[in-house]
Design a binder for this molecule. Structure first.
Ligand code: GLU
Length: 469
């Protein structure tokens, strides 16, 4: 049996959870969940000056909204500093790392001289092979003894073999002179200690992989599979900027995209499964693999996002949708639904969710439920309620009064009435919409009447008919 898959998302808490980070998290989540594996969350908070608890919270909130649940506790990288230092000490005692006493000034002088001679400015410490007996009593850093010959090959699952000449990699510092570990060491140790088998992350970390591999190799640890995914670009092919949608995922929640639609869209940003555009989580987990990740940057496209979002709203279960709508109202600072309105929304969800691409659109269609009598028609609807229309509504109302409140009966009554009056049903529907919803674009009049019920529907029609001759 092969080893259990373990992936991780390792954000630095220096800002919101942006769209690229969310996609990285999603890819790791899909990969693990589809293979009965684990998906870990590690907060890379070693940069104390830039890491904030608010940013950590924003990341957690974003992941929660997206439904990307992780396994086990959230790991703080900073809290593991002692363990990182321990690995540096172990490498030191095995002769795979060394104490370097070079001062900043000496390093600068080395670089100056190398530059003047047109040589590589990568620092080569004279302490690499120094006899410990010659060590001064002075501050030192611990550097890894990196191979100087040959090459390091990253067998990347997305990029293919990426070869980096070892003379391009210096003896990087593992432990600073104050004893604190560097980031590169922390990442390798944490990934190893938590059993990470697959490192899936943005390709801005590709060069780091070579350095992290040096630590794995020095420690004799088995390497994880690396998969560096191309970054996301704007629709114009340029680096994603705020203008393109490089926002925090909370902004997408506030724009009213359902989480399932967002997951579907983010999965398609750089990964594909044949021609499939719309899919469920179960399908995505089943289908997701590293071989489906493209090598070129994906382009962010709001139109596609909207389209998928609409399909997910239409496909969602009514109760789940209503619950998520509650979350949308909350994050956008709007009042929640009263019990009565929530019940009506639940009853009407079947006709609201068709063709609503976002929650604001869904709410707009729900205006007939959310408004109370007397219904204030908007400008377009008011134009439908001229004298003639009002007298037609006045005549129609008693006909509906005697109808059983079933779709067939209501249709028969309204259509029959229109035929009698020799008018197209569309002509009748306009004033009815205006009376029932105060809007001109609404669900069908029959859906509205069925959802509102007999009493409320008739009252609204009567209100509108009032004053007619
Ligand atoms: N903390 C890094 C970042 O936020 C990710 C490091 C990694 O995935 O190895 O970009």
């Amino acid at each position: 049996m092969s080893k259990q898959v373990v992936t991780r998302f390792a954000p630095s808490p220096t800002g919101f959870l942006h769209i690229g980070g969310a996609r990285t998290a999603l890819f790791n989540w899909l990969f693990a969940r589809g293979r009965g594996g684990k998906f870990l969350l590690r907060i890379e908070d070693t940069d104390r000056a830039r890491s904030t608890p608010e940013a950590t919270q924003a990341i957690l909130d974003g992941l929660t909204w997206l439904g990307l649940d992780h396994d086990g506790e959230v790991v703080s990288q900073f809290a593991r500093a002692a363990r990182h230092a321990e690995v540096a000490q172990e490498l030191l005692s095995e002769g795979k790392a060394y104490k370097c006493f070079a001062t900043q000034g000496e390093i600068e002088a080395f670089r100056e001289a190398a530059r003047a001679e047109g040589l590589s400015t990568l620092y080569q410490s004279p302490w690499r092979d120094a006899d410990p007996a010659t060590h001064p009593d002075a501050p030192f850093v611990i550097r890894i003894k990196a191979p100087r010959e040959g090459a390091t090959v990253i067998a990347d699952a997305v990029q293919g073999d990426v070869t980096i000449r070892n003379d391009q990699l210096d003896d990087m510092v593992l432990l600073r002179s104050d004893g604190t570990p560097v980031y590169m060491l922390a990442v390798a140790v944490d990934d190893h200690d938590t059993g990470v088998t697959h490192v899936i992350r943005g390709d801005d970390h590709l060069n780091n992989a070579a350095r992290q591999m040096l630590i794995y190799e020095a420690m004799g640890w088995p390497l994880p599979v690396y998969a560096h995914i191309p970054l996301i670009h704007g629709p114009d092919g340029k680096k994603l900027s705020k203008r393109h949608g490089a926002l925090g995922v909370d902004e997408y929640q506030k724009m009213g995209y359902p989480a399932a639609g967002m997951r579907n869209y983010l999965a398609r940003l750089g990964w594909s499964h044949g021609d499939d555009e719309f899919f469920t989580d179960a399908q995505a987990q089943d289908w997701f693999g590293l071989d489906g990740i493209g090598k070129s940057p994906a382009r962010f496209d709001f139109k596609k996002l909207e389209n998928l979002s609409g399909q997910h709203i239409a496909a969602a279960e009514d109760a789940a949708l209503l619950h998520e709508l509650g979350g949308f109202l909350k994050v956008t600072g709007q009042a929640g639904l009263s019990e009565d309105k929530a019940a009506l929304m639940a009853a009407g969800m079947y006709c609201l969710k068709e063709r609503a691409k976002t929650f604001p659109e869904l709410l707009d269609k729900a205006e007939f439920i959310l408004s109370d009598r007397p219904i204030e028609p908007d400008e377009k609807a008011a134009a439908q309620l001229d004298n003639v229309s009002r007298s037609i509504l006045k005549e129609l109302t008693p006909r509906l009064q005697t109808a059983t409140w079933s779709r067939e009966d209501l249709e028969a009554a309204a259509m029959g009435f229109a035929a009698e009056k020799d008018m197209k049903f569309g002509k009748l529907a306009g004033p009815m919409r205006a009376a029932l919803a105060g809007r001109s674009a609404t669900p069908s009049v029959f859906d509205m009447m069925l959802v509102l019920g007999r009493e409320e529907s008739l009252a609204r029609l009567q209100d509108a008919a009032q004053g007619a001759e």
